[in-house]
Design a protein around this ligand. Structure first.
Ligand code: CA
Length: 486
């Protein structure tokens, strides 16, 4: 990994890289380049999609993508928080290279990014919806974004630099604007559209169409909603993202009833928040359906890669939590569904480890482009085609940076293989080289995902896993060196 290159871009270096990208476009594959629609929602966990076996809701339209294409079971984010994941997707880089480590960081618009490369490859490019990378988007022929988090109801958008307030529900509007752009695009050129929904991000405000969905129905609780964090880290036990205890009145839309506490409070608050979350998801699903219907009607489905994903996962009461940030499964996993008739087998399922830093190389590969030198991800186009490269990664590296910021999650890094996960809470504040935060001590967690898929039992200190720990620590250090994060 060339950290020098990535952290110290001069204008000349940038032009050189972009120039190389343009030169590569001459080497495009002869077949007609596929259009790409990248639909990404915000905080939509895979286990709230019926194609992923959700026990709590149905998503018939998102499922259409899975039925017509591939469902990836082990797609992971490299830093489970909104802005950094978006930075990773745009740059193909880990947070420490992209410069987007925390919610406070913006994406430097002068750097190369996925949209610039797609445009150089001859694509029309558009970004519609939640951008959340602070600085204005670059590389897009058209953009119409929410300012920051944006609002669910009657939101303001920034269209090519101009602010305008709109009437309606955010998820519907993002689909409206996406369809408008598709209708007026240049049909002689392939397109790359990023359609980014704000939903179902907190504070989970449903639209009028779904306001009464699930009324009078109890949503099933996850089996570890009342987790007691026995045999786990202090980090897991001390976090402030517990359903009920840490939800506020904005989350729950009502003031907590007096006297409600403990298990009863959690039970009540879970139903309050999860129903609103799922109502927001229902609107996303409807609007995915509108886009798919448009592609069918315009006979574009056969040559368009449709992706559905989310910037990270989310706890749906799992471990008693809401929110994300942790390297635990529900937060780490991104849904990733991809449909491209003739090139991705319908109804296929894949278990290879793919990462958000791989998205850009994959889309560029589909556009006939080599992976740019500064990107740290790798194209998984051949995996989508049903062939896993023999040297594909068997483990992944993760790092969360926002030490004890919102929700009191300590910064940590770790490694996950198909069977194990090793996490190190290193106990230091961001930017403080030597200081150990008084609230946290360095601590390790090891989970045997085969025996303990819900991550309820930290076996780090179990002598039976001594060899496993040793090997995983070596793998972790190998990743840290390779990615320039040591
Ligand atoms: Ca998010």
């Amino acid at each position: 990994m060339d950290t020098e290159l990535s952290t110290r871009y001069t204008r000349r270096a940038l032009l050189k890289i972009l120039g190389a990208g343009i030169a590569q476009s001459a080497q495009r594959t002869p077949s007609a380049p596929a259009n790409i629609i990248f639909i990404m929602s915000d905080d939509h966990a895979a286990h709230a999609i019926s194609a992923y076996g959700s026990k709590i809701n149905r998503t018939p339209n998102i499922d259409r993508i899975a039925q017509g294409g591939m469902r990836m079971l082990n797609c992971f984010c490299t830093n489970s928080i909104c802005t950094p994941s978006r930075g990773a997707i745009m740059t193909g880089q880990y947070s420490h290279i992209s410069g987007v480590k925390t919610l406070a960081d913006g994406l430097d618009g002068a750097r190369p990014n996925l949209a610039k490369y797609m445009r150089a490859a001859g694509y029309q490019t558009a970004m519609i919806g939640k951008w959340h990378l602070k600085n204005d988007p670059t590389g897009f022929d058209y953009w119409n974004i929410l300012p920051g988090q944006g609002l669910y109801h009657n939101p303001e958008f920034i269209e090519m630099g101009r602010r305008k307030k709109h009437t309606g529900y955010c998820t519907d509007l993002i689909a409206d604007f996406s369809l408008d752009w598709l209708r007026r695009r240049d049909p002689s050129k392939p397109f790359f559209l990023m359609c980014h929904h704000k939903a179902p991000h907190r504070p989970w405000q449903p639209g009028p169409k779904h306001a009464n969905l699930y009324e009078g129905v109890d949503i099933p609780e996850p089996d570890n909603l009342y987790d007691d964090y026995k045999n786990r880290s202090h980090a897991a036990a001390n976090t402030k993202m517990r359903v009920g205890d840490d939800n506020n009145a904005v989350d729950l839309k009502v003031v907590r009833p007096v006297g409600l506490e403990g298990r009863e409070l959690r039970k009540w608050a879970y139903q309050r928040y999860i129903k609103d979350y799922l109502r927001c998801v229902a609107s996303v699903d409807d609007n995915v359906g509108r886009v798919l219907d448009y592609l069918d009607a315009e006979r574009l489905s056969d040559n368009t890669l449709v992706v559905y994903t989310s910037d990270q996962g989310f706890f749906l009461g799992d471990h008693g939590y809401y929110d994300k940030r942790f390297m635990y499964e529900e937060s780490l996993r991104m849904p990733f569904l991809a449909r491209l008739p003739g090139r991705v087998a319908p109804g296929s399922i894949n278990k290879d480890i793919v990462l958000n830093i791989d998205f850009a190389p994959t889309f560029l590969d589909l556009a006939g482009q080599r992976t740019p030198v500064e990107m740290q991800g790798r194209s998984f186009r051949s995996i989508l085609n049903g062939r896993t490269p023999r040297d594909w990664r068997t483990s992944m590296y993760y790092r969360y940076w926002m030490h004890l910021a919102d929700h009191h999650v300590p910064a940590h890094y770790g490694v996950r293989t198909s069977r194990y996960k090793l996490i190190y809470f290193y106990g230091k504040a961001l930017g403080s080289a030597g200081a150990i935060d008084k609230d946290t001590q360095p601590e390790w967690e090891l989970f045997d995902l085969e025996k303990d898929p819900r991550e309820m039992n930290n076996v780090y200190a179990d002598p039976a896993y001594r060899t496993v720990v040793k090997k995983l620590k070596a793998t972790l250090e190998k990743h840290r060196r390779a990615y320039g994060d040591s």
